[in-house]
Design a binder for this molecule. Structure first.
Ligand code: GLN
Length: 536
């Protein structure tokens, strides 16, 4: 087994996940079986209970696990399907050790951070090797933070076993302060020193900065860190993260890693990614505006796209594929006006929870339905499309979702039977209907036209469902329930007759979209926008 650890220095958001994904892709192209492990230093058992504004999107795996958004990057870059074994949190490690202690697994020992917590981390790392050739392990946060120290300690310990089969890649920061106009290397020198204090001596440094690193600065870093300048690579700002693999490839970064790990390189075919980059770089003749009516993006003066990163990437991938320029317009569901919508060529209401912002989302859906603007509702976006339809078309004025109004007499969306008890018990964590479930699609529907098959599998994350008592009424008013769970009980896809594109899905197709294989739902959404706006 060969293991690559990746750490970051000085600032969060330095691009460890993108670097890990890009390295993974290059190694996969050398015919190696690559897997990932993300070590998150938080105490939460998983990412599912965290506010996306603070922590970014919660990514859902096929096997029903709620992991950090970096999981999405890994899947999108190398096209693998992750599972629960691809992520560790400190909470999981501690709860396992405490369980072991209660079960007398430690034979009367005093249970301590070292060795027991460290050894549990090492055990989990070893458990996740599977039948892969290379495991890329990303340590969350930045080096020097108190809470991730134990992961570095686990790495140091593992190195004693794996020796040259373990390498460490450090992503360092090289700012160019405006007042100085010079690329500064000290932040990287200092974060490497922090690694050294933990017994970690990096083999490779990736310099994150606005521009590529020149030889003068490479030498400075090399002298201070003992990392040869041949092992220092540049990761300058690029207009899309999907250019990073090629950027590494052009620097022969993959060859260097293979050298260090004593793996023979093979001829690699990079044509699919070169084609993707060509698509991204082709200047589109036309532009469209996609309105994202959401509530988890406002953060002071900034719009946080990370809360919806998979949706954003799915939109981008579909637009690149269709050679159309695009702008994503972030529309705050609590404060927008109709003017904000009138600029949009397509509208998306993504997933969400709770009462806040619901009214605005319903208003936006009504606008899309009445003005024949292509509409894509994702999970909550489907549920609210059902409520809007019930209120305005079926004339059920008090139609609502049980999540929003428990006492409503017309719960168009209601709690799933097996979820009721979980809520009563306040069993919120990891207890939704999660992961991949099959869905059967009826022929002669929009859903069938775009998926071109009658059985699909998509990932879910919800507690509420469409209330089947209203199916007939909806159908009599022109709603089509085109996708259902295999037992026929759960509405998975609903679409509107007599509308160019109005579809709501109970699942999250965005989790299965990638730049190389954009998701058919997003592709068709973009196609319809293009064809129904001849004048764009
Ligand atoms: N809040 C809704 C539910 O739990 C929708 C969830 C979502 O959009 N992911 O069913």
């Amino acid at each position: 087994m060969k293991v690559i650890f990746i750490s970051g220095g000085v600032i969060s958001g330095i691009g460890k996940g993108i670097s890990a994904g890009s390295i993974g892709l290059l190694l996969k192209k050398h015919s190696l079986k690559v897997s990932f492990l993300k070590c998150d230093p938080y105490i939460n058992l998983d990412a599912g209970t965290m506010n996306p504004i603070v922590h970014g999107e919660v990514f859902v795996t096929d096997d029903g696990y709620e992991i950090d958004m970096d999981g999405g990057h890994y899947e999108r870059f190398i096209g693998i399907t992750l599972s629960k074994d691809n992520s560790i949190t400190t909470g999981q490690v501690y709860s396992q050790v405490i369980k072991n202690e209660r079960n007398l697994k430690y034979d009367g020992e005093c249970v301590e951070v070292i060795p027991h917590i460290r050894d549990e981390i090492v055990r989990r790392i070893e458990d996740s090797y599977g039948n892969n050739d290379i495991l890329i392990i990303e340590i969350g946060g930045t080096v020097g933070e108190y809470q991730n120290d134990i992961y570095y300690e686990a790495e140091r310990f593992l190195k004693q076993k794996l020796l040259d089969d373990l390498i460490h890649i450090h992503v360092g920061y090289l700012p160019i302060p405006k007042s100085l106009g010079e690329m500064k290397t000290k932040p990287t020198q200092q974060s490497v020193m922090l690694l050294n204090q933990r017994g970690i001596f990096p083999d490779i440094i990736i310099g994150r900065s606005e521009f590529s690193i020149d030889l003068v600065r490479k030498k400075k870093i090399s002298i201070a860190t003992n990392v040869s300048d041949n092992n220092i690579f540049s990761n300058p700002d690029v207009d899309t993260i999907y250019k990073v693999p090629k950027l590494f490839y052009d620097q022969k970064f993959d060859k260097r890693i293979l050298d260090l790990l004593k793996i023979k390189p093979s001829d690699i075919d990079f044509s699919d990614w070169e084609e993707l980059i060509k698509n991204i770089d082709t200047k589109p003749k036309k532009n469209i505006v996609i309105g994202m009516v959401s509530k988890y993006h406002n953060s002071g003066k900034f719009s946080l796209e990370d809360s919806y990163v998979s949706v954003v990437e799915a939109i981008k991938s579909a637009c690149w594929n269709k050679h159309i320029g695009f702008k994503i317009k972030w529309i705050d569901s609590e404060s927008f006006t109709e003017n904000d919508l009138s600029e949009c060529n397509g509208i998306i209401v993504p997933g969400g929870f709770g009462k806040r912002g619901i009214e605005g989302k319903i208003k936006a859906i009504k606008y899309a339905r009445e003005n024949k603007v292509p509409y894509l509702g994702l999970c909550l976006g489907m549920q609210l499309a059902a409520i809007e339809f019930a209120q305005d078309v079926c004339k059920i004025k008090d139609a609502n979702s049980e999540e929003i109004d428990e006492l409503s007499k017309n719960k168009i969306i209601h709690i799933m039977p097996d979820q009721e008890k979980k809520l009563l018990d306040k069993n919120y964590g990891g207890s939704m209907r999660l992961g991949a479930w099959d869905c059967v699609i009826d022929k002669n529907t929009l859903a069938y036209r775009l998926y071109r098959k009658n059985k699909i599998s998509e990932r879910h994350r919800h507690r509420y469902e469409f209330n089947n008592e209203y199916r007939k009424l909806f159908e009599s008013h022109g709603m089509i329930f085109s996708g259902k769970s295999t037992d026929g009980n759960l509405v998975e896809i609903m679409e509107l007759k007599d509308h160019p594109f109005f579809i709501g899905v109970q699942f999250h197709p965005e989790f299965k979209s990638s730049p190389i294989l954009p998701h058919p739902l997003f592709l068709e959404f973009i196609s319809v926008i293009i064809s129904s706006n001849g004048s764009i």
